[in-house]
Design a protein around this ligand. Structure first.
Ligand SMILES: [Zn+2]
Length: 125
């Protein structure tokens, strides 16, 4: 999974322990996944905006490693962020997975790469 150029800032942020999204300099709209232009106003000027690192579980699915079938399956999830964005992540405590559960991002190494993972904070909305 070679990150594309538009996504470099995101992964550089993750390497520093920061969860970032693009924010349009033209109209202030946040966007994720990264894209070269703002869908709202068309501007290609943007800066990296740190996110709160909080979110809500929208959906989750158990996923097996594509080649190492004996590995623990990971729980792939879609997280709704208070900033109005959605991010795909992996849930660190799948035993607590339920729709609407509040989660917090934890940047940790997974499979040799730093990734934004989430853990439930205990308590659903
Ligand atoms: Zn814009």
């Amino acid at each position: 999974m070679g990150p594309r150029r538009d996504q470099d800032f995101f992964w550089e942020g993750i390497d520093r322990g920061e969860l970032l999204a693009q924010q349009c300099d033209g109209c202030g709209t946040l966007r994720h996944p990264p894209a070269p232009r703002c869908a709202a106003c068309g501007s290609d000027e943007w800066h990296a905006q740190p996110l709160s690192g909080e979110g809500t579980l929208l959906a989750f699915i158990e996923s097996n490693h594509p080649t190492r079938r004996d590995d623990e399956p990971r729980c792939v999830c879609l997280v709704d962020l208070p900033e109005g964005l959605r991010m795909v992540s992996s849930l660190l405590d799948p035993e607590n997975a339920e729709d609407g559960a509040t989660v917090r991002f934890e940047i940790a190494e997974y499979d040799g790469q730093m990734l934004p993972l989430v853990r439930t904070t205990g308590g659903s909305q």
